[in-house]
Design a protein around this ligand. Sequence first.
Ligand code: NDP
Length: 334
Amino acid sequence: YKRIVLASRPVGDIEPNTFRTEKHPVSALVPGDGEVLVQVTYLSCDPAQRGYIRDVRSYLPPVQIGETMRAQGLGVVIKVGKGSTLNVGQTVTGAFGWTEFAVMKEQHVDKITVPKGVQAIDFLNTLGMSGLTAYFGIRDICQIKPGETVIVSGAAGSVGSVACQLARRAGAGKVYAIAGSPDKCEWLEKEVGVDRALNYKSKTFYSDLKGIGYIDVYFDNVGGDLLDMVLTRLNKGARIALCGAISQYNATKPKGLQNYLTLISQRATLRGFIILDYVPEFPAAIEELAVALVDGSIKRKFHIVDGLEQAPVALPWLFAGKNEGKLLVKVSDE
Ligand code: NDP
């Protein structure tokens, strides 16, 4: 079977020699006590993976050179060890990594039951880390009051698009989106239902941003210059949810903020959060999001590439905005 390991730490962008493919015999994968063997079907591409290969202090330890690249995935149990409570054929999610097969401790996988009207891959998107990040970020960090103006960056992506839709549900008066192409902006306005989507690559972006007036809530996926620009547009008491800073993940020297003094004058709050802190609340949130998927009130889009060997090719797309929706790698048939 194939697996892809970290071969060297990139300084800036991910490079062709950052990862290396290895082949190992499947026979070497024998689940022990309380373990299961999983055949991976899909892998999630996440901007956080750039952080996992950086040798710095973070919320998870860095992936070491020679280790399988960390990735969240969807798979099927094909063999169980002694004392396992899972059955062969069970669909599961877990941090399988960039591999076709993985031996996992049972407590490190999550059993999933796919509700009618939902796809299993939704558990890597709206019903997985992406949707849950939007859910708890909007609920706890943004604390939207009825009628407030909300703006979301990285809005056409998997987290951002859910954040836009949940902001509306939370009672926002106006929901604005920021994305990087006319097509993405069109999808946001027509399908996702934002009031207006602004293209940050457009020459008129800053005047367009000023045109929408001051904002109460910024759900930030991008960081850097965009965050700095939005800081000049805050209403009194504004909340900024620091969900991510994708514009800075490849940077050798991350950009500092020039306009942070507006946080003082506008009595605003800038607050980071990490989805892993909400694990005990996942089941209830997944149930709520699943209802919205089934009744069609939450829209989503997938961008699927085929074959494990495409994972190192696809991951950098996130940083170039080449993905149109949730980026997944299909590893095998479900
Ligand atoms: P997306 O599906 O949104 O894909 C990434 C998108 O980011 C790209 O498509 C691109 O869209 C945009 N982008 C890339 N580079 C830049 C740039 N320099 N400036 C502006 N936009 C850029 O990814 P996710 O939904 O998975 O992740 C979104 C954010 O959420 C990330 O920052 C991620 O780290 C964060 N996150 C945080 C979590 C937490 O616990 N705090 C958990 C999960 C995700 P475009 O074409 O519009 O430029």
